[in-house]
Design a protein around this ligand. Structure first.
Ligand code: GRF
Length: 196
């Protein structure tokens, strides 16, 4: 079996992780998720990985004396996994610059807004959707982009727009956007892997 290898990083409930894994199971993504890397021992995504026999690695910078030690450990893990693609799916820690340099154009992220709007340090989760509603935007959406050294600034690969209606709240908008994320991310992963 010579399948392409994906490593996913996630910190939270893992609905995108689930969407990706379901696409793998359906063979829409012709690859294998070889490992989940997670920084949060309470993350729901760990339960999903356990239930589906996906190896998970719990690693957080806060458990290391310094950034260099953490980076080295992460680099070693990734070297062993030899991923064709590294997929950030709701991962809240910064990826060290050294790792980004080691995997050029191989690390992607999904963001719940139409970047470059509502992106950058501190823009994540409900904060994004609340701001979109407060600013009376007519549309929002989700963006998949390459990961660079600055939060949410890498080149955009694909976006899906979601209209914002006048009766939307941050919560209803979050739900609509997340639904589109689950469609967009597997498609982009499939497309990128087909080009390696
Ligand atoms: C998603 O909204 C994604 O855009 C952002 O983090 C959230 C992760 O959600 N990067 P989930 O854990 O995949 O449900």
């Amino acid at each position: 079996m010579n399948k392409k290898r994906i490593v996913v990083f996630a910190s939270g409930s893992g609905s995108n992780f689930r969407a990706l894994h379901q696409s793998v199971l359906k063979k829409d993504i012709p690859a294998r998720i070889t490992a989940l890397i997670c920084d949060n021992p309470d993350a729901g995504v760990l339960d999903y990985a356990r239930e589906h026999d996906i190896r998970s690695v719990l690693i957080s910078p806060k458990n290391f004396n310094n950034l260099a030690d953490y980076t080295k450990k992460l680099a070693d893990i990734l070297e062993r996994e030899a991923p064709h693609l590294i997929v950030l799916a709701g991962y809240l820690k910064k990826i060290p610059d050294h790792i980004i340099e080691c995997y050029p154009r191989k690390i992607i992220n999904i963001h719940p807004a139409l970047l470059p709007k509502y992106g950058g340090k501190g823009w994540y989760g409900m904060r994004v959707h609340r701001a979109v509603i407060e600013n009376r935007e007519k549309e929002s959406g989700c963006t998949v982009h390459y990961v660079t050294g600055n939060y949410d600034e890498g080149p955009v690969i694909a976006q899906i727009k979601v209209p914002v209606s006048t009766d939307d709240t941050a919560e209803t908008l979050a739900e609509k956007v997340l639904k589109q994320e689950h469609l967009l991310y597997p498609k982009v992963v499939r497309f990128l892997l087909s080009n390696f």
